[in-house]
Design a protein around this ligand. Sequence first.
Ligand code: FO1
Length: 304
Amino acid sequence: MKVVLLSGGGGGARFARGLADTLPPGDLTVVGNVGDDLEILGLLVSPDLDSLLYTLAGLIDEGRRWGREGESWNALASARAWGGEEWFRLGDLDLGLHLVRTELLHAGMSLSGVTDQLREKASVSTRILPATDGRLRTHVHAPAGSFPFQEWFVARAHEDEVDAVSYEGADDARAASGVLEALADAEAILIAPSNPYLSIGPILAVGEIRTAVESRRVRCVAVSPLVGGKAVSGPLDRMLSRMAGGTTPAHVAGCYPALIDGLVIDGADAPGEADVELVATRTLMSDRDAARRLAEHVLEAACG
Ligand code: FO1
């Protein structure tokens, strides 16, 4: 069953692994968020694509939920000693990937080409595609000012309340090579339990992707990232309360108008009224098995 997953962040990557554990090899294509990408120390870092790659390859640090397991930090300490930026923590193992990616991009390869090469090197059978090969960056608008995503998320510890989110470059962004073909061939489209504003918003801000999902002929099902109205990690509950007026399943579904047919919610959430079909199950991905069981439920919901 050909499935396309729209994904961002650690929750998206864990859900992608649950799907990959369930579907035949090669049936899953993941379209990853690039709004979190940043240039730092001369390198292009693409955290959400890397979380997908590391998680699917079994290399992720499961405790930290980003970067590589068994990491060391010597290069960053040296960069700091030489006056370099250190607020965004790049480990030695992680840096190897950023060096290779940056070199290939400078040599003229597209981000989708580079990502595919890295996926192959890691022997991952799931296709990982960036939403766009162009430059797309998320900005967070808060009472204290507007910040590039990682500056708000990491340097300011995402403590500022959020009034709005914007996606620089989205108006001109084209879907990356392979994305529209994968969506056209999909028998189901899924949206991961990721932050709708910060992780999925930048993907759907690419007009060609939004139109392809809007005009789908197969079901599109999202998984709510909330459990009992609270974010499992990150700032989504605060963002939804402030920007959408609440944290019920209807508020989550409201982030995806005309884009989803169903929303999988946690059993701890009161279903209430929503414009889409609600399916309750256990959504907390406490381990790999739990993620696989969630993936099975979601695939069932997507098959109608
Ligand atoms: N998150 C942090 O909270 N602090 C960091 O210093 C940090 C560094 C980092 C380096 C590489 C990478 O792939 C991810 C990194 N993250 C860090 C996580 C990242 O900021 C977020 O998890 C994602 O962008 C949210 O989806």
